[in-house]
Each structure stands twice: as C-alpha cells, then as structure tokens.
Write a protein that binds this ligand. Structure first.
Ligand code: 13P
Length: 236
C-alpha cells in the first residue's frame, strides 16, 4: 500500500529533518511505499532509503522568470522525482485551473515523475447526488493520461479535508469502485484520515493507501498508519 503524508505549510526545514529521521526508523521496518511531501522551503537531501520525498507543487519549467515558483532545476538539486498535482487547496485557494493542471501533468509526466493526482468534490456537489459527483470528478480527469505508468490517484473530498468529517466506508467503497473504472492506477483516499479510522479506511476495497494531512504531522500517528497497512497487507 501507499502511505503518504502531505505536510502542507507546516514544519521548518530543521523540524522536517527531525521528522524524516524519526519516521525513517519505522519506514525501514515496513514493506509499504511511504511518501512525504514537505513544505517547499523544507525540501532538502534527506538520509533515507525507505521514504520517498515529493514536492507539493512545482511550475512546469526547467527554470526561468516565474517569480515565487519552483522549477525542475530546483527539484533536481535534491533528486526529487515525485509531485502532487491537483490538490484541492491549489485548485480552490490558489485558483489552479484544469487546463493548467493538465499542463503541469504533461510536463512532469514527460520528465518521468511519479505523479499523485488529486480529485474530489465539494460539499454542494456531494449533496446533489452521485451522478452530479461523478460528472464533477470526471471533469477533473479531463486531459489527464490515466494510463500513465507512474500515476497515483488520490480521491480527496474537499469537504472532508481538515474538517474531521469523512464519507462512510460504504461511500468510500462506492466512489473508489467508480474511479477504478477510470484508471487502474493505485487509488488513495484522503480527507481527515486519523489513527482511529485509518485501519478501517485501508481495509476498504479499492483503497490502495491513504494521503494524510494534519494527522501525519505526528510521527507516531503516521507510523501507526504504516503499521496498520503492514498488518492489512498480510491479509488483503
Ligand atoms: P487532512 O488529513 O488534514 O484532512 O488533509 C488531507 C489532505 O489534504 C491531504 O492531502
């Protein structure tokens, strides 16, 4: 399974080093794929073979005049080959359009990056029913190469992110079954995954892992999720 931590705009560079060092001792005992996405200024060369470090964002360029952005050149300095694209905070807070996400996707695909591509519906679409949800989410797949070998999809309902709310396990199973018809890429669930629900979520059919925000800031919580995945992998 894939157990991923999106640290968002949290932890300084030195705190991230400490975090990776502590997490590494758990990750090296595990057979799961562990991904960590630190804040941009905390990207660095970390001493770990068991954790893949990814970037939460980047601009589709080698380098150039893109004030405030990070290009391929800056990622290559740290050997980073994994990127998160389409996170709801970038779609909704930073206003990234589907067209721009497709441009980013194609650029980093061409560079051979592992891409964690996020999809998910806001509250009002969920309330409008399943058909509205599927129509909305289908648009987020438009222009994306769903057959890309290095693709991971993360289903993150916008209303579940950082709210403590989650869909029921039946709802997760239902939507994941639908999304698996669109792409056979590993499919993660994200949105208020905590230590107390992670094992249940990981047990759901077609859930190939989790993308964790706030709970991942605690190494012991995130490590516990990795351990749950190890336990489940033996029976799944
Ligand atoms: P929370 O786990 O804090 O809800 O965040 C989820 C998320 O956005 C991961 O990318």
């Amino acid at each position: 399974m894939i157990i991923a931590a999106n640290l968002k705009t949290n932890l300084t560079r030195s705190a991230t080093h400490k975090y990776i060092e502590e997490l590494n001792s758990f990750a090296e005992e595990s057979s799961q794929e562990v991904l960590v996405f630190p804040a941009m200024t905390s990207l660095d060369s970390f001493e770990t073979k068991s954790i893949t470090i990814g970037t939460q964002n980047a601009y589709p360029t080698q380098n150039g005049a893109f004030t405030g952005e990070t290009g391929l050149e800056q990622l290559e300095e740290f050997g980073i080959k994994t990127i998160l694209i389409g996170h709801s905070e970038r779609r909704h807070i930073l206003g990234e359009s589907q067209e721009f996400l497709v441009e980013k996707f194609n650029y980093f695909k061409e560079k051979g990056f592992k891409i964690v591509f996020c999809v998910g519906e806001p509250q009002e679409i969920r309330e409008a029913g399943k058909e509205a949800m599927l129509t909305y989410i289908s648009k987020q797949y438009e222009g994306i190469d769903t057959e890309y070998a290095n693709l991971i999809i993360a289903y993150e309902p916008v209303w579940a992110i950082g709210t403590g709310l989650t869909p029921t396990l039946e709802d997760i199973a239902d939507i994941h079954a639908e999304l698996k018809k669109k792409s056979s890429a590993p499919l993660l669930y994200g949105g208020s995954v905590k230590v107390n629900n992670a094992k249940d979520v990981l047990s759901v059919n077609n859930v190939d892992g989790v993308l964790v925000g706030s709970a991942a800031l605690y190494v012991e919580h995130f490590s516990q999720m990795i351990q749950y995945a190890d336990e489940l992998s033996q029976i799944k």
